[in-house]
Write a protein that binds this ligand. Sequence first.
Ligand code: SF4
Length: 57
Amino acid sequence: MALRRTVDGVRRYAELRGHLGPPAEPLKRPGPPCRWCALRDDCVEGQEYLSQADDHR
Ligand code: SF4
């Protein structure tokens, strides 16, 4: 599992940097890490996720 995540992360980094073709557009993927993300106060997607997650507690 950890190896797969590492490989996925390296692949995504290479895509974003344009090492595998034209640089990929960065995407926001809201999820549990939004709770401790330093950008969450300025991130609409993260705020929406956290609001919905709090509604289901
Ligand atoms: S708060 Fe925004 S930038 Fe931070 S992890 Fe969530 S979606 Fe990504």
